[in-house]
Design a protein around this ligand. Structure first.
Ligand code: GDP
Length: 318
C-alpha cells in the first residue's frame, strides 16, 4: 500500500485530500496540532500530533514513515492572522516548509524512494498582481506577511527541484467548501444567509463588496495536488478556475438560492472590515494545469455557492 504524509490534515484541504487518497487505497498519515478539530478527518487516517515548526521532530517523523508522497498543507491559513503574527507566519508557512522539503530530499537520497513533494502555495504570492490573469510567470511580489512566507516556500520549492527532488508548488487560488472556517468571506456569507433564510433578523456586515476573487471548489483543487505528485515531472502550477467574481456576486448568488431578492436589506458594509491592503482582482490562468495535468475545475461558482448554502442549511436543520 503506498503511503502519503499530509501536514495540516485537519484543515479543509488536508481533510479532502486524505478522503481522496484513502478512497484510492493509500495509507495516509497526517500531522495535526494539539487541540485541532478532527471532525472532518477520515478515521482511516493515522494522526500524528506535533508542531510543524519543530523541524527536527517533523524530519524524524518523515524518516520513520518514509512516505512516497508528502503534501505540505500546514501553516498559518489567513492573511488577517499573518498581520498579527508575522514571525510565527514566517516560521510556520515559510521556514517549516523548507525544512520539510529538505527532509524529503534526504529521505529520497538515503532510501532511494522516489519521494514526491507538493507544496501548497497561494495566489497571495502575487500581492497586487502585475497582470491578469495570473500565470506561473507572473512576478512574485507579496504585500502581506502571509504572502511573503508563502513566496519564500514557493521559491524554495523550485530550488529543491533544481537539486533533483520531485517537488511541485501548487499556486492555489481561493477555494472554498462547507469545511472552510467562517473567517473566510464565502463561509461567512453562506452561514449568515442560511440563518436569515431560517428566520434570523441579523445584518450581515462585510468589507469591500467589489473585491474580486477566483473562487473554486476545494475538492477540485485538492485533486490537482494529487495529480501534481503523480505527474512525470514536477512543476509550479496555477490551480484556479479562470473566472473571477466579486464579493457582491457571492452575496447575490447566496441570497438568490434561498429565495431572498432584497439582499440589500440584510447587508451592511462596515468600513472596519475593509482591508488596507487587499488585491482588487485575483484570477488565475489554469491553462498550464490543463496541459501539464489534464486538470480543470469541474464545479462552477454558482454550484459552489449552492453547495455551501445547502451545507449551512443542513447544519441548522440537523
Ligand atoms: P483571502 O482572499 O484569502 O483573503 O480570502 P477571504 O475570504 O478572507 O477574502 C476574500 C475577499 O473578500 C477579500 O478581498 C476581502 O477583502 C473580501 N471581504 C469583504 N468582506 C469581507 C469579510 O467580511 N470577511 C472577509 N474575510 N473578507 C471580506
Amino acid at each position: 500500500m503506498p503511503r502519503a504524509f499530509i501536514t495540516g490534515v485537519a484543515g479543509q484541504d488536508g481533510s479532502y485530500l486524505a478522503d481522496d487518497l484513502v478512497a484510492s487505497g493509500w495509507e495516509v498519515h497526517g500531522l495535526v496540532r494539539a487541540g485541532d478539530d478532527l471532525s472532518h478527518v477520515s478515521p482511516q487516517v493515522v494522526v500524528h500530533t506535533g508542531d510543524l515548526t519543530d523541524g527536527a521532530a517533523t524530519r524524524a517523523l518523515v524518516m520513520e514513515l518514509a512516505p512516497e508522497h508528502i503534501y505540505n498543507l500546514a501553516g498559518v491559513s489567513s492573511v488577517a492572522r499573518s498581520w498579527e503574527q508575522p514571525v510565527e507566519t514566517a516560521r510556520a508557512s515559510g521556514v517549516a516548509a523548507v525544512e520539510l522539503m529538505y527532509a524529503a530530499r534526504d529521505l529520497r537520497d538515503s532510501s532511494g524512494l522516489d519521494v514526491r513533494f507538493v507544496q501548497a502555495s497561494s495566489s497571495e504570492i502575487f500581492g497586487e498582481p502585475a497582470e491578469s490573469p495570473q500565470t506561473e510567470r507572473t512576478p512574485v511580489r507579496p504585500t502581506n506577511p502571509y504572502g511573503a512566507a508563502k513566496a519564500f516556500a514557493h521559491l524554495s520549492a523550485a530550488v529543491v527541484r533544481s537539486q533533483g527532488l520531485h517537488c511541485s508548488s501548487a499556486i492555489l487560488f481561493n477555494h472554498e467548501s462547507p469545511r472552510r472556517p467562517t473567517t473566510f468571506v464565502s463561509r461567512k456569507i453562506c452561514a449568515a444567509v442560511a440563518r436569515i433564510a431560517r428566520g434570523s433578523s441579523e445584518i450581515l456586515e462585510l468589507g469591500n463588496l467589489d473585491a474580486r476573487r477566483d473562487w473554486g471548489w476545494a475538492p477540485d483543487h485538492v485533486r490537482a495536488l494529487r495529480l501534481m505528485a503523480s505527474a512525470p515531472t514536477a512543476a509550479d502550477v496555477v490551480v484556479a478556475t479562470g473566472v473571477a467574481h466579486s464579493v457582491r456576486d457571492l452575496v447575490v448568488a447566496a441570497f438568490a438560492h434561498v429565495g431572498v431578492d432584497d439582499w440589500q436589506a440584510h447587508v451592511r458594509v462596515d468600513d472596519a472590515l475593509v482591508r488596507v491592503t487587499d488585491a482588487a482582482a485575483v484570477v488565475g490562468d489554469p491553462s498550464f494545469a490543463e496541459d501539464h495535468l489534464g486538470w480543470r475545475a469541474t464545479t462552477s461558482f454558482e454550484e459552489l455557492v449552492v453547495h455551501m448554502v445547502d451545507g449551512e442549511l443542513g447544519l441548522i436543520d440537523a
